[in-house]
Design a protein around this ligand. Structure first.
Ligand code: NAG
Ligand code: NAG
Ligand code: NAG
Ligand code: NAG
Ligand code: NAG
Length: 428
C-alpha cells in the first residue's frame, strides 16, 4: 500500500512538471478554458432520481434485513480486520456532534489524518468533509460506520461473507462470477474530483483517442483474450507505437507513464514493450476529440474528471462501478468499447476501439449533433452531480439513510461507545 501511495505521489509530481514545461505530446499551443462550477445544487427531483438510481440499490438488501444492531458494525469491522491489515484503507468512523473521528487511527486525538497511517482518500475526505461541517453548510447525523478506501479487489461486500452490518466503500465489483451482487454501499471518492469544466473549441481538437496513465489493470481479461498480460493501457499504448512507426498513427495516442513490469514471457499481447511518456494533466486532454477511460486496478477514478471535458469519453467496459455509474448510459453519456461482440455474434478483439472511432468520425461528419449531444449530457451530468459539493451531499444522504437502519445507534454511541473511547483516552 505504501509503495502504491508513493507511486501515486510520483505520478502527481510528474503531471505537474508536464503542465509547467509542456509535455511534447501534442498541440500544446491550443488554448483551453477552465470554467469553475460553484455550488449550485440540482433540482430536488433530479437529485432524488440520482439517489434512487445509485444509493437505493445499495441500501435495498440492508433495508430487507433491518432493523440492524450497531454492535454488529463493530463486530463486522473486527472481522474485516482479521483478513485486511492496516488502518490506511479500512477505518471505523464516528461522526459525533458534526465532527469526524477515525477510531482505528494509531494516535487518538492526533492531528488531521496524514499518509503515515491514512490513505490519500481518507486524507482528502477528512479535509473536505471537515471544512463543510465547520462552515455550518452541512449537518451530519451522529453515526458509526465502516469506511473502506481500498480498491476493493478483495470484495469486502462479497455476499458469501457473513455480513451482519453494512459498510461503505468507494468501488465494488459487478457481474463478476460467484456470489451475486456485492453488498457494499458506495460513497464518492474525494481525491480525484474536478469542480471545473474544461473546453477547447471542437474544430481545434486533435482527432485522436487520447490516454496517459500508469500501466495498471484489473487482470480480468486473461481468459477472454487469451494472453496472460491482457492489459488495455499497455496494449493500446503498443498499438499506438506500432501504428506510428508504420506511418499510420491516425487513431490512437495512448501511452503509459511508467514501465510495464508484467509482460508475459510467452504469448504476450504485445510484440514489444511500448515507450513510456510523460503524464498529461486531464484539463489538457481537452485538446483531443476522444478520451479513453481505461481500467486501472479496478475501474479508474478518473471517469468523472474526463466527463468535465467537452470531448467524447470512450468507456472501456469493466466489471467494477463507482457510486454514480448506474445513472450514466452508453451512447447517452459515453461510448463503450472492449469486450465487445460484433453484429455477427463473434467476440471482438482488443482492437475493437479502431472500429468505434471510425463510427464516431462518421457521425462527427454526418450527424455532428449526435456527438455533441453525448458530450453535453456528460458535462451536464458532471456539473450537476459530481462536484465536491454534491459528493458531500451524497455522504449526507447516504449516512442519514444508513443510520435509519439502526434504531439503537444513538443509544449505542452514548451508552457503550463513548464510555469505551473515554477509557481509551479519546477526548470526544
Ligand atoms: C458540540 O460542538 C459545539 C461546537 O463545537 C460545542 O459547543 C458543544 O459543546 C458540543 N456538544 C457536545 C454534546 O459535545
Ligand atoms: C458463515 O456463518 C456460518 C454459520 O455461522 C458458518 O457455517 C460459515 O462457515 C460462515 N462462513 C464464512 C465465510 O465465514
Ligand atoms: C497500421 O499498420 C500496422 C502495421 O501494418 C497494422 O498492424 C495496423 O493495423 C495499422 N493500423 C491502422 C489504424 O490502420
Ligand atoms: C501459448 O500459446 C500456445 C499455442 O496456443 C499454447 O500451446 C501455450 O500453452 C501458450 N502458452 C502460455 C504460457 O499461455
Ligand atoms: C464480457 O462481456 C460479457 C457479455 O458480452 C459478459 O458476460 C462478461 O462478464 C464480460 N466480462 C467481464 C470480465 O466483464
Amino acid at each position: 500500500m505504501a509503495l502504491l501511495l508513493l507511486a501515486l505521489l510520483a505520478v502527481t509530481t510528474a503531471a505537474l512538471r508536464a503542465a509547467a514545461l509542456g509535455d511534447g505530446t501534442g498541440p500544446t499551443d491550443v488554448p483551453y478554458v477552465e470554467a469553475f462550477l460553484g455550488r449550485k445544487p440540482p433540482e430536488p427531483q433530479q437529485w432524488n432520481t440520482f439517489l434512487r438510481e445509485n444509493l437505493e440499490p445499495d441500501l435495498a438488501p440492508w433495508r430487507a434485513r433491518a432493523p440492524l444492531r450497531t454492535a454488529e458494525v463493530v463486530r463486522q469491522f473486527e472481522a474485516f480486520k482479521e483478513f485486511y491489515k492496516g488502518p490506511a484503507a479500512l477505518q471505523l468512523v464516528l461522526i459525533y456532534n458534526n465532527t469526524v473521528y477515525w477510531l482505528d487511527r494509531p494516535d487518538p486525538n492526533g492531528p488531521e489524518p496524514d499518509m503515515t497511517w491514512a490513505s490519500m482518500y481518507i486524507v482528502k475526505l477528512h479535509r473536505k468533509l471537515t471544512a463543510a461541517l465547520q462552515s455550518g453548510r452541512v449537518q451530519l447525523p451522529n453515526c458509526l460506520f465502516i469506511y473502506v478506501t481500498d480498491d476493493n479487489v478483495f470484495r469486502f461486500g462479497d455476499p458469501r461473507r457473513n455480513q451482519t452490518a453494512p459498510h461503505f466503500a468507494l468501488m465494488k465489483a459487478v457481474g463478476v462470477p460467484g456470489g451475486g451482487a456485492d453488498l457494499d454501499i458506495l460513497l464518492p471518492q474525494m481525491r480525484d474530483v474536478s469542480d471545473s469544466l474544461h473546453m477547447v473549441p471542437w474544430p481545434l481538437k486533435t482527432d485522436l483517442a487520447f490516454f496517459r496513465g500508469v500501466p495498471t489493470c484489473t487482470g480480468k481479461w486473461i481468459e477472454r483474450y487469451g494472453y496472460l498480460d491482457s492489459c488495455s493501457r499497455v496494449v493500446l499504448s503498443y498499438y499506438t507505437d506500432r501504428d506510428t512507426k508504420a506511418g499510420n498513427g491516425t487513431v490512437l495516442d495512448v501511452a503509459i507513464t511508467e514501465p510495464f513490469q508484467y509482460r508475459a514471457a510467452e504469448n504476450s499481447s504485445v510484440a514489444y514493450l511500448p515507450p513510456v511518456k510523460p503524464a498529461v494533466p486531464i484539463p489538457q486532454w481537452s485538446r483531443y476529440k476522444w478520451l479513453l477511460n481505461l481500467e486501472g486496478v479496478v475501474a479508474a477514478y478518473r471517469l468523472s474528471q474526463l466527463m468535465t471535458v467537452n470531448s467524447l469519453v470512450l468507456f472501456q467496459r469493466v466489471p467494477y462501478i463507482e457510486y454514480f455509474y448506474r445513472s450514466i448510459q452508453p451512447w447517452q453519456h459515453y461510448v463503450p468499447f472492449w469486450n465487445a461482440t460484433g453484429t455477427d455474434g463473434q467476440l471482438r478483439g482488443m482492437d475493437d476501439v479502431y472500429d468505434v472511432v471510425r463510427e464516431l468520425r462518421r457521425l462527427d461528419a454526418q450527424e455532428p449533433a449526435k456527438i455533441q449531444q453525448i458530450i453535453a449530457n456528460a458535462q451536464t451530468f458532471a456539473a450537476r452531480f459530481l462536484t465536491n459539493h454534491m459528493r458531500i451531499a451524497y455522504y449526507k444522504a447516504a449516512l442519514e439513510q444508513y443510520k435509519s437502519l439502526f434504531p439503537d445507534m444513538d443509544a449505542y454511541i452514548a451508552q457503550t461507545l463513548l464510555p469505551e473511547l473515554g477509557a481509551k483516552g479519546w477526548r470526544i
